[in-house]
Design a protein around this ligand. Structure first.
Ligand code: NDP
Length: 419
């Protein structure tokens, strides 16, 4: 029986919160805290009477450590689930350390202001040394390793679908299917159609930053970076069909390269339709994806934040999105001295998610593993002090829980490979 403090009440948090309330045997009490308290109150109202989980709400600015500390001291949770934005990862980790509470999130740290000189200096050094130029990376959170260990606390990083479930698939393949994994291709296919010419299916600012960045992959012990969307492949996805997909940089490649011994290549592909790509290119060309503030009629405006205001709220896509997602990992390697290939994946239906929780499948496929990761920590199934990603824990209880809580997975032997 646990009490958790959930930061954020957007698309993903909305699903994680509802899943905690379905699982009230484990989540006895939750406090939903976010910048806009009205959203937390509205969700509490929707859920009350339908769950035995006790729900409270609070307003908090998660950029401010002192506000977080006083809230954590008041709520006294067993775990803080950070489902706000990656910008808040470090302040929430600091507050958890100060209060002696376990931490988890769904995305690794990136700064809101990429012009900040101190951050920029470290970033530019990292780009040169590591060879990839994404704004997000694990170094900032891995730097907390000793502090969490010393405090006897656990920080679980990136328990969404990708990152998150994809790493559990890798740990499962390593434990049960292979003696040696040589190549991993992570395939993220969204075959859903929301009927808008352009919309993002999770936070637009974070999403557009990610997909407009150069692509990169891990090969033979180093990063290879390529221009954005320059590597394209086609794949025939189970229950979705043929889709174009493009190589992206993605955060779990960084931790898997460290944690899957002997792995030679790790790539990540995401499907995009032509309309999405054309809109994105146009918005980028006119400067609308810029994260640097511009002066407009006496106001300082960040173009990508203004764009977010114009685009449909991802949480509102639920009723209109039809089709399925198919996300998984294709492995090649050796078992008992023989070449082996396997594909572990989940298929999720947008309308089924909407019927169950009022959400589209992207929020659903992220929110369920957020609840499952929290469940691993509060039930003590995953218990080791320090800062870890999903593949560093035993995958079995997590994989069982995914089957039980809405994201069943399957294994295909000898799948079609990506060249
Ligand atoms: P939303 O924008 O829908 O929700 C973000 C929430 O955080 C909102 O409730 C927002 O409040 C709140 N918030 C933002 N800033 C603050 C702050 N300073 N203090 C307190 N609360 C704040 O985002 P999503 O739900 O789409 O995404 C949530 C997280 O999930 C992100 O980190 C995203 O990167 C991650 N993600 C991970 C995936 C994975 O597979 N691992 C896939 C998709 C997303 P307000 O309502 O006031 O704006």
């Amino acid at each position: 029986m646990a009490r958790v403090l959930i930061m954020g009440c957007g698309g993903v948090a909305g699903v994680a919160i509802q899943k905690c309330c379905q699982n009230s045997e484990v989540f006895e009490e939750i406090c939903i805290a976010s910048r806009t308290k009205a959203k937390c109150d509205a969700l509490k109202e929707k859920l009350e009477g339908k769950t035995s989980t006790k729900i409270t709400t609070a307003q908090v600015d998660a950029d401010k450590v002192e506000e977080l500390v006083s809230l954590i001291r008041e709520v006294k949770p067993d775990l803080v689930m950070n489902i706000a934005l990656p910008y808040q990862d470090l302040t929430i980790m600091d507050a958890c350390l100060e209060c002696g509470v376990n931490y988890m999130d769904t995305a690794n740290y990136e700064p809101e202001d990429i012009t900040e000189p101190e951050w920029r200096e470290i970033y530019e050094k990292r780009c040169k040394e590591e060879g990839f130029s994404a704004y997000f990376d694990y170094s900032w959170q891995w730097a907390y390793q000793e502090k969490f260990k010393k405090a006897g606390l656990t920080a679980l990083l990136g328990s969404g679908f990708d990152p998150g479930v994809t790493q559990a698939y890798c740990a499962y393949a390593q434990k049960h299917l292979f003696d040696e994994i040589e190549c991993i291709d992570i395939l993220d296919c969204n075959g859903g159609d929301h009927g808008y010419p352009f919309a993002t299916n999770f936070n637009p600012e974070i999403n557009l930053r990610e997909v407009s960045a150069p692509g990169s992959y891990w090969e033979d012990g180093h990063w290879v970076e390529v221009p954005a969307m320059s590597i394209k492949r086609e794949y025939d996805f189970d229950q979705v069909g043929h889709k174009d997909m493009y190589l992206l940089h993605h955060e779990e490649i960084e931790s898997l390269a460290k944690n899957i011994p002997g792995v030679k290549r790790i790539r990540f592909f995401m499907t995009f339709g032509q309309s999405y790509l054309t809109h994105m290119k146009c918005l980028e060309n006119v400067g609308m994806l810029s994260t640097e503030p511009v002066e407009f009629e006496g106001h300082s405006i960040v173009p990508i934040q203004f764009l977010k205001e114009l685009l449909p709220d991802p949480a509102s896509l639920g009723p209109r999105t039809v089709g399925k997602t198919n996300i998984g990992c294709i492995f090649s390697g050796k078992k008992d001295g023989k070449e082996k290939k396997a594909y572990i994946y989940n298929v999720c239906d947008h309308q089924e998610c909407y019927k169950e929780l009022g959400s589209q499948a992207i929020s659903y496929t992220t929110g369920v593993p957020a609840m499952v990761g929290a469940m691993m920590l509060v039930t003590g199934k995953w218990d080791k002090p320090g800062v870890y990603t999903v593949e560093e824990f035993d995958p079995d209880p997590y994989m069982d829980a995914l089957n039980k809580w809405g994201l069943p997975w399957q294994i295909e032997d000898n799948p079609e490979m990506v060249d």
